[in-house]
Design a binder for this molecule. Structure first.
Ligand code: NAP
Ligand code: MG
Length: 397
């Protein structure tokens, strides 16, 4: 008998190989067992183009309404993609759009499997990364300086006070400049989301920036973080959660010697880069999950990897593929578990846990995709193809 998921989940479909996996997961692992009300949005690049990207905004607003979303990986178009798909323009990153509608923070957490030892010997527990998902270079204004001239930064107060003009550089020849920003509101909600996550998971909270060099910009982040942590000190102490501020380069060095089990809060760019490093250190991009959390508690779950384009091209040629579907499956179980918590439906949470257990047990039984087979101990004799792995999980489930 199917288990009923009481309230809707916002489903965002995506592109290329992950779109193919998405369909298999639904068909083989979810729909046979669950009765769900899915609010479906097709974020495939063609449909984004047809709707002038309105579908992405509609999907984000649906998450605000229903509280829980699950997203397939999507193409962020560049010039090559515009040509490949005949797009009207290089639409913005859907993830960027959804993040800014929700003003959210992205947390990434690796899925640890017993037979896959981390590349870093000291890592024993998962390292979660909290990426500040607003501003900095992702909302910057860039300008290629054509030749000699003065670059300045100007601030004009809305209140009508004096303009502030700062000199950036007196160019003697061509160069480049960038203006970036962040807001107190966004940095505070980032800090709060990280504190909430650390309290929820009862894990230590690390934050790293470069306030020795960027005394004002990075210093601003450090100061607001310190303030927010100060306000929750009693709760953090009670939960045994320790907060550490480090220079970003020190944090990178420390993480390589640590046991793991902490939340590492990162500024936007650091989080983008370090989450990929941590993901591959724990095994494969296919084992990294991601969740976007808004300050008022709306959640979007997804895999941290992209659309796995190279595999898709092989698939189109009719060649077999071995694409890891684990992170996409865990995106669904994350959304289901969250829905269960909000709806008070423990049977849905139990199903999500069983599906996760079936995935891990399948891998531990030696059935895994090529990316994992290469690093598993002991090495399996052969690797499973994309669909073969999902079918093995379905059978175990
Ligand atoms: P990618 O999709 O993350 O894949 C890069 C490589 O990593 C693959 O070629 C594959 O290596 C390996 N890999 C990643 N996920 C895997 C999985 N599940 N199973 C097995 N191997 C996996 O990055 P990309 O190919 O550079 O980007 C493709 C598209 O994804 C781009 O258009 C980009 O805009 C988009 N993207 C979307 C998101 C998102 O929606 N969240 C995130 C990142 C990128 P091998 O080739 O060595 O097998
Ligand atoms: Mg990245």
């Amino acid at each position: 008998m199917a288990i009923t998921v009481k309230n809707p989940i916002v489903e965002m479909d995506g592109d290329e190989m992950t779109r193919i996996i998405w369909q298999m997961i639904k068909e083989k692992l979810l729909l046979p067992h669950l009765k769900m009300d899915l609010k479906y949005f097709d974020l495939g690049v063609k449909h984004r183009d047809e709707t002038d990207d309105q579908v992405t905004i509609d999907a984000a607003n649906a998450v605000i309404r229903f509280g829980v979303g699950v997203k397939c990986a999507t193409i962020t178009p560049n010039a090559a993609r515009v040509k490949e798909y005949g797009l009207k323009q290089a639409w913005k990153s859907p993830n960027g759009t959804i993040r800014s509608v929700l003003d959210g923070t992205v947390f990434r957490k690796p899925i640890t499997v017993q037979c896959i030892p981390p590349a870093v010997r000291s890592w024993k527990k998962p390292i979660s990364i909290g990426r500040h998902a607003y501003g900095d270079i992702y909302r910057s204004v860039e300008f290629q300086v054509p030749g000699a001239g003065r670059a300045e930064m100007t601030f004009t107060p809305a209140s009508g006070g004096d303009r502030v003009v700062l000199s950036i550089h007196d160019f003697k020849g061509p160069g480049v400049i960038m203006g970036m920003h962040n807001t107190e509101k966004s940095v505070r909600s980032f800090a709060r989301a990280c504190i909430a996550y650390a309290l929820g998971e009862k894990c230590d909270l690390w934050f790293g920036a470069k306030d020795t060099i960027s005394k004002t910009y990075h210093g601003f982040f450090k100061e607001l973080f310190d303030q927010e942590v100060g306000e929750r000190k009693a709760d953090l102490d009670r939960a045994g959660v320790k907060y550490r501020y480090m220079l970003i380069d020190d944090a990178v060095a420390q993480i390589m010697k640590a046991e793991g089990g902490m939340l590492w809060a990162c500024m936007n760019y650091d989080g983008d880069v370090m989450s990929d490093m941590v993901a591959s250190g724990f095994g494969s991009l296919g084992l990294m999950t991601s969740v976007l959390v808004s300050p008022d508690g709306k959640y979007v779950y997804e895999a941290a990897h992209g659309t796995v384009m190279r595999h898709y091209y092989e698939h189109l040629k009719g060649n077999p593929t071995s694409t890891n579907s684990v992170a996409s499956i865990f995106a669904w179980t994350g959304a289901l578990a969250r829905r269960a918590e909000l709806d008070g439906t423990p049977e849905v949470a139990v199903f999500a846990r069983k599906l996760e257990a079936a995935v891990l047990a399948t891998i531990e039984a030696g059935v895994m995709t090529k990316d994992l087979a290469a690093i598993a101990e002991p090495r399996p004799g052969k690797h499973a193809q994309t669909e073969e792995f999902i079918s093995a999980v379905a059978k175990r489930l």
